[in-house]
Design a protein around this ligand. Structure first.
Ligand SMILES: Nc1ncnc2c1ncn2[C@@H]1O[C@H](COP(=O)(O)OP(=O)(O)OP(=O)(O)O)[C@@H](O)[C@H]1O
Ligand SMILES: [Mg+2]
Length: 446
């Protein structure tokens, strides 16, 4: 548990940044490109799940990030909290990669435990010196106990502790848990995990992911208690009540960022960001909270409520910029996703009463900031994050019925008019439903 100053990246900057990463295997005639132009940012404390079919390049990308192989093309920058700067992997070969690896917790399938050492010794040998506590095994024991290798089972009943067993006497899943404990015992700031729960049952899989989540940041008590489910809750796994208390102890130091390759649907919904790879490329990169925010925002609007949920979800995904709605977008995010988010400075008019709609007109969902609504010169309402306006004028092809002006700096998601035209063309009931949902001059700004 280092005494590092725990410096964070500058505000809004990632803990990990990949830029244009390409990779080839082989040489001469057999040289094959397996990674194509991969760009990704991971924010401090994010739990990122990476999915994709076999052979899509997930492990290759992970080993490049971890400095386990030499980066051939593109750039990878890993925030180094000790130096307060990014370590750049570009141009680094073997000896220069070693210090990068030392700061990362790896949980890989071939877990490389030492056969001659017990579970406890395997964890202890990874532990940095410097904690002059009474019981040097305490930290490792708590981790192994939390991972159900101690003297208590899930329900708190006594069981034979396995901390003194050597790998040969442990099951595959038990060895995997020792490897997890070893990877996390130093509370690394970055964890790279390749299918960490593949060999685990639902309960221990959940314990591992809950641990990674908690290392990132403390979770509300209610969220943790929800993981202590009855034994017959089935698929998703559960924690023992005693594990929750221990979890807070073993994961006391927050701020871990993790990148986890998994196909495990049970842990997908614990992710902050979901990255999907296909044929060597990052095909989608979704901040879960942003997706939920936009979906919920669209559902509020009568025009969107009138279309099928699957369509709503598709439209929502088309405006995402990969940034948590708690955080402002940066100019480079806007440039990377043109037409999705617009930024208005205080006082700027977003739509003006009486303006006709045309092909450039849009629907707006407020992402951040506050906007004021004026009708006939009177200030009639204020809209904050999640507030929406503008779609009814688009659907009904009539002038804007209000002026909406940014009160402070306002970020809005925008949906183009053509999106609505699609539904108008296919569905007369769509218009009828919008009309019934939306009547009279007292309605919301459109
Ligand atoms: N050492 C290597 N030499 C040559 N080709 C390799 C090597 N390692 C991986 N590949 C190829 O690179 C591609 C990506 O492999 P990678 O292991 O990154 O896929 P993956 O997404 O992790 O798949 P899985 O889900 O099966 O683990 C595959 O086509 C694979 O055959
Ligand atoms: Mg793999």
């Amino acid at each position: 548990m280092g005494h590092s100053s725990l410096r964070l990246p500058p505000p809004g900057q990632p803990a990990l940044r990949l830029t244009g990463v390409n990779h080839h295997f082989g040489s001469g005639d057999t040289r094959t490109q397996v990674l194509f132009d991969n760009t990704l940012e991971v924010m401090p404390g994010e739990l990122v799940i990476m999915s994709g079919p076999s052979g899509s390049g997930k492990t290759t990308l992970l080993t490049l990030v971890g400095g386990l192989r030499t980066l051939q093309d593109g750039d990878i920058e890993v925030w180094d909290p000790d130096r307060g700067d990014y370590a750049r992997l570009r141009g680094r070969a073997e000896p220069d990669l070693v210090p990068v690896r030392r700061r990362i917790g790896f949980i890989f399938q071939r877990h490389n435990l030492f056969d001659s050492l017990t579970a406890m010794q395997n964890v202890r040998m990874a532990q940095r010196l410097g904690t002059a506590s009474e019981d040097p095994d305490a930290d490792a024991r708590r981790l192994l106990t939390y991972l159900l290798l101690g003297d208590t089972d899930l329900d708190g009943r006594p069981q034979k502790p396995r901390t003194g067993y050597k790998p040969a006497a442990l099951s595959g899943g038990q060895r995997q848990r020792v490897a997890v404990a070893r990877a996390l015992v130093n509370r690394p700031k970055l964890v790279l995990a390749d299918e960490p729960t593949a060999a685990l049952d639902a309960n221990t899989g959940l314990a591992v992911v809950a641990l990674l989540q908690h290392l990132a940041r403390p979770r509300p008590e209610a969220e943790l208690r929800a993981l202590v489910r009855p034994a017959d809750d089935g698929e998703a796994g559960r924690l023992g009540a005693w594990q929750v208390g221990l979890l807070k102890e073993v994961a006391a130091e927050a701020g871990t960022t993790s990148l986890i390759v998994t196909h495990d649907p049970r842990i997908m919904n614990l992710a902050d960001r979901i990255v999907h790879m296909e044929r060597g490329r990052i095909e989608s990169n979704v901040v879960v909270a942003e997706r939920l925010f936009v979906r919920a925002g669209l559902r509020q609007s009568p025009a969107f409520a009138a279309i099928l949920p699957e369509e709503q979800e598709k439209i929502a995904d088309q405006v995402l910029v990969g940034v948590h709605p708690d955080r402002p977008v940066r100019p480079d995010h806007l440039a990377a996703h043109p037409g999705r988010v617009e930024v208005y400075e205080p006082g700027a008019v977003i739509v003006r009463e009486g303006d006709p709609v045309d092909d450039g007109s849009k629907f707006y969902l407020i992402r951040r900031g506050t906007a004021e609504v004026f009708r006939g010169g009177d200030r009639v309402a204020e809209l904050g994050p999640g507030g929406y306006f503008g779609e009814v004028a688009l659907v009904l092809n009539r002038p804007r019925n209000a002026t909406v002006r940014a009160k402070d700096r306002v970020e809005v998601y925008t949906v183009a008019r053509a999106t609505f035209d699609r539904f108008r063309d296919v569905s007369r009931p769509f218009i009828d439903r919008v009309l019934t949902n939306f009547r009279g001059p007292a309605g919301p700004p459109s």
